[in-house]
Design a protein around this ligand. Structure first.
Ligand code: NAD
Length: 496
């Protein structure tokens, strides 16, 4: 069985350490193994990055950007290959994987603008013959730790920008679907990136803990579940590192009585069940305002769901694939069971889907649960599966209170035809990314991505303008050149 290794100093290596199975979630068969890096292996990657840093930092920014232009081209030429690797290990349908890669490429495009992004700030004559400016200098070696659900896109939220800003990078991707990430990192070498600037170590907690404690790592970007995000943030901070740690979510859509219901149903289908609901921006709760809206929504939704098809990644007519592991399937089904036991109404039941030819795959069918209440376990937790829950409320304020009271604050959306209601919603909702008739309001690459409350630990959001600030430190220089020597004598006070 092949072993997915690491990329250190431009070379593919596998240590003789522990390994873990990598499954094809559609067949349920372990088709590969991934090497789990030891402390020593991670330290080798950090040392390679540290050694590459001085030269890379001093490489003119336009030359660093040129590597990104070439990298973008290579990504575009290899979309099918990357999508296939994602499909084999994640289960994502090829058209959805291609969409993920495209969103990653957009972050590379943003990174291509580094000469403009890193210009800094300049003020002339802040005092007599005194000029002052701020530069944005790279931090050194920085690390990224990423989740299974976007093995191509989420790493590309991080390393293109970090690298183009002059840093060197050590990436620890998800051990559940490591191949597409490793493949992408190899393209950087082909694009002309010097060895050591980008390194990938596969692994688990053992590898992560080295990244969190090693003094050579100056900053950590993390994306994953909230308990781990909180641990990463606290540990990185305690060790004096800059950290942004993006966590889990529970994204609600308010469906107002005046909404275009057919449009809302169409949008909710993709946003709730696309990628098997394994998106941190998935809409997993529809809050219907008024029983009439709720009845119409549930009826139209359940009819539309009959047309959905769950299956393997390489059949393009499938709408979504399996969930990531057998254990995760059990967890999703467990939440559906608990909702049923706690009195909710299972309108469309995906617990036992029939996927012909894939009897051992980790499939869960699209599931619709009505009359869910905030006390239910299934409401409180992030299910991360193809499950849409409907909560019935009487007023928009009641709907907004539900959202504002929830521990997560990643994304949300309102379906309405009323501009004033939409404006009130976006003004007062305690969530970082808001959609008005847009179900998945994922910011484009030239804005920044991040939730509020327990969906993000840290000050700066991921990628875009916040990403540039995260991966650089400001240095402010104040300069004066006296006309001939020091003629004015000494002053002990601030000039007034
Ligand atoms: P996860 O938290 O299990 O794993 C994320 C990363 O952390 C992986 O690289 C993993 O190896 C590592 N890790 C796991 N346990 C660890 C431990 N005890 N100590 C140190 N490192 C550890 O998340 P996942 O299951 O891979 O991804 C799904 C989660 O990610 C969901 O909660 C989802 O909402 C979240 N997510 C959030 C965003 C966002 O932008 N907010 C985006 C994508 C995914």
């Amino acid at each position: 069985m092949s072993i997915v290794g690491h990329l250190i100093n431009g070379e593919l290596v596998a240590d003789n350490n522990r390994t873990q199975d990598v499954f094809n979630p559609a067949t349920g068969v372990a088709e590969k193994q991934v090497a789990l890096a030891s402390k020593q292996t991670v330290e080798q990657a950090i040392a390679a990055a540290q050694a590459a840093f001085p030269e890379w930092r001093d490489t003119p920014v336009i030359k660093r950007a040129r590597v990104m232009f070439k990298f973008k081209e290579l990504l575009e030429q290899n979309v099918d290959q990357i999508a296939k690797l994602i499909g084999q290990e994640h289960g994502k349908i090829s058209h959805d994987a291609a969409g993920e890669i495209q969103r990653g490429i957009e972050n590379v495009e943003f990174a291509c603008g580094a000469p403009e992004l890193l210009k800094g700030e300049h003020s002339r004559n802040v005092g007599p013959n005194i000029d002052s400016w701020s530069e944005f200098q790279p931090l050194g070696v920085v690390a990224g730790i990423t989740p299974f659900n976007f093995p191509a896109m989420v790493p590309m939220w991080m390393f293109p920008l970090a690298i183009v800003c002059g840093n060197c990078f050590v990436l620890k991707p998800s051990e559940r679907d490591p191949s597409s990430t490793l493949f992408i990192a190899q393209l950087l070498k082909e694009a002309g990136l010097p060895d050591g600037v980008m390194n990938v170590v596969n692994g688990d907690k053992e590898a992560v803990d080295v990244l969190l404690s090693d003094q050579r790592i100056k900053a950590v970007s993390f994306v994953g579940s909230t308990p781990i995000a909180e641990y990463i943030y606290a540990t990185a901070n305690a060790n004096g590192k800059r950290c942004q740690a993006l966590g889990g979510a529970k994204n609600h859509a308010i469906v107002m009585p005046d909404a275009d219901m057919d449009n809302a149903v169409n949008q909710l289908l993709g946003a709730a069940f696309g990628s098997s609901g394994e998106r941190c921006m998935a809409l997993s709760v529809a809050v219907a305002v008024g029983d009439k809206a709720a009845d119409t929504l549930v009826e139209k939704m359940s009819t539309a769901m009959q047309g959905l098809s769950v299956g393997a990644y390489d059949t393009p007519s499938n709408d979504f694939g399996p969930v990531i592991t057998c254990q995760h399937k059990d967890k999703v089904v467990g939440y559906i069971n608990s909702a049923e036991q706690q009195g909710a109404n299972i309108v469309v039941d995906g617990r036992e889907p029939n996927v012909e030819g894939y009897d051992n795959g980790f499939f869960v069918g699209a599931t619709l649960i009505d009359s869910v209440t905030p006390e239910m376990e299934s409401y409180k937790a992030e299910i991360f599966g193809p499950v849409l829950q409907v909560v019935r409320v009487k007023t928009m304020d009641e709907a907004m209170k539900l959202i504002n009271d929830h521990e997560y604050g990643n994304g949300t959306c309102i379906f309405t035809r009323d501009g004033e209601a939409a404006r009130y919603f976006s003004d007062h909702i305690q969530v970082g990314m808001v959609g008005i008739n847009v179900p998945l309001p994922v910011p484009v690459a030239y804005h920044s991505f991040g939730g509020w409350k327990r969906s993000l630990f840290g000050d700066l959001h991921a990628y875009g303008p916040d990403g540039v600030r995260f991966y650089t430190k400001r240095k402010t220089i104040t300069q004066r050149w006296p006309s001939s020597g020091v003629r004015e004598g000494v002053s002990f006070s601030f000039p007034s």
